[in-house]
Design a protein around this ligand. Structure first.
Ligand code: FAD
Length: 405
């Protein structure tokens, strides 16, 4: 009730103050029931609580899930998830487990304790395996902990001209399994939750029945869609006046989001609860794995597979996150900002084939400056019921819809 009166008084005030300014009027002279009011994030350099760096494990031809023999053992690879490992890991874990059950023995070693290793361990346990995880580093010291982290199943995942029918089929199976598994975890305090993601844009090209198609998608993706429709539900386009951004439209979609620390700790706890063991151990060469007693070994070493298995196609895409003081009142994603319990996380950076974990100061400045512009340009209503001025300049807001993390 109070909010409605507030908005109405804002419209009356703005009509007088801003007459002649068509863009501002369009934004304020609306009574759309779809209107979304969002609290802007408080961004400034003195609110930064940490800056983190992680190396996404990227392969031009996409993740690897396949089995091979190693001596008398079955070695299954499950690595190379690029910027999509948090999103896809349950799915590729199931693909790996499908291979594991071809052996009669039910003891497995999982190498790696990031999100790929942990979910693989859980799926193997569900299928009756006695599982031990061996890893050089455990959460919170894995790449998975450095993730942004939302459901971005195609982010930094594959070079589209390297797609094959076999890989597409694996991906489509994996993404649907993962989407279902994550839905079952959401909202239970396990580090997975639903949130609305906005993508401000001036370039909506078509709005379909089930949502919107957007400009800016890759040609090959448009020609041969990779993402199944079942994981893109709930999309819509907000019209001028229905959203607070300085662009004409805003795309909106429901997204799954992770709190990596909570999520990975939950997975570790579950592995242990179901009788698994976690051992800190480093393997230098494949022959080191022969010393393990388990007949089935799953390689979930992420970027570590470059050195351990000599996969030179596997390269890092360095990603840096700037984390601001948490703001519990912020509950939406936009322009690389993702709110989590451990802070307001600002991405994205993508530096291909860069192996250093050093903070890139100029990227840090760029990301924070961009966020200051974005949130400074959001339309808001003051306590007196007046509309804040909308800056003339439309900020260039990068769209990371689907592709990026
Ligand atoms: C900045 C950033 C943002 C991201 N955002 C998203 C996002 O929004 N959504 C999303 O889905 N994904 C995102 N990702 C990608 C995601 O984090 C990765 O795809 C995922 O973490 C890969 O998981 P993993 O388990 O394969 O690798 P890791 O987490 O790196 O785990 C590898 C494990 O293997 C172990 N290991 C490696 N080598 C050896 C060895 N020789 N011997 C023993 N153990 C070994 C390591 O110690 C570790 O335990 C992001 C990544 C970054 C860096």
């Amino acid at each position: 009730m109070r909010r409605r009166a507030f908005v109405r008084s804002g419209v009356i005030a703005s009509a007088g103050v801003l007459s002649g300014c068509r863009t501002a009027l369009e934004r304020t002279n609306t009574a759309s029931p779809r209107r979304v009011d969002l609290t802007p994030v408080d961004v400034s350099f003195d609110r930064i609580i940490r800056t983190t760096v992680g190396l996404r494990p990227y392969r031009e031809s996409g993740f690897v899930v396949r089995g091979e023999s190693l001596g008398d053992k079955l070695l299954i690879h499950n690595y190379g998830h690029g910027g999509a490992g948090m999103s896809l890991s349950w799915g590729t874990a199931h693909l790996a487990a499908d291979i594991a059950v071809t052996r009669t023995e039910r003891r497995a070693a999982v190498i790696g304790c990031g999100v790929a290793g942990l979910t693989t361990a859980r799926v193997l346990q569900r299928r009756g395996f006695d599982v031990t995880i061996y890893a050089k580093a455990l959460p919170p010291d894995t790449t998975s902990n450095m993730s942004w982290a939302a459901f971005t199943p195609m982010s930094g995942l594959i070079s589209f001209d390297r797609r094959t029918q076999e890989w597409d089929a694996q991906f489509q199976k994996a993404v649907q399994i993962a989407y279902r598994e994550l839905q079952l975890l959401a909202g239970r305090g396990l580090g997975v939750s639903w949130v609305s993601e906005y993508s401000p844009t001036d370039n909506v090209v078509a709005v379909g029945a089930g949502g919107a198609l957007e400009a800016g998608r890759g040609e090959s993706e448009r020609t041969v869609p990779l993402l199944p429709a079942s994981v893109t539900v709930g999309r819509s386009v907000l019209q001028p006046g229905e959203h607070p951004f300085a662009t004409r439209y805003a795309r909106r979609r429901p997204s799954l989001r992770f709190d990596p620390t909570i999520y990975l700790d939950t997975l570790m706890r579950d592995v242990l609860l179901f009788g698994g063991r976690i051992v800190v151990r480093t393997f230098a060469i494949p022959a080191d794995l022969l010393a393990l007693e388990e007949p089935v070994i799953v390689n979930c070493t992420g970027l570590g597979a470059h050195q351990l298995f000599g996969d030179t196609e596997l390269v890092p895409i360095k990603g840096q996150l700037v984390v601001l003081v948490p703001q519990p009142e912020i509950d939406y994603i936009v322009g690389g900002m993702l709110p989590r319990t451990d802070g307001i996380v600002l991405g994205h950076t993508m530096e291909r084939n860069v192996w250093t974990l050093d903070v890139n100061e100029s990227e840090r400045t760029r990301v924070v400056d961009q966020a200051i512009r974005l949130f400074g340009s959001m339309q808001r209503f003051s306590g007196a019921g007046e509309v804040a001025a909308v800056p003339d300049a439309t900020p260039a807001v990068e769209s990371f819809f689907d592709r990026e993390s």
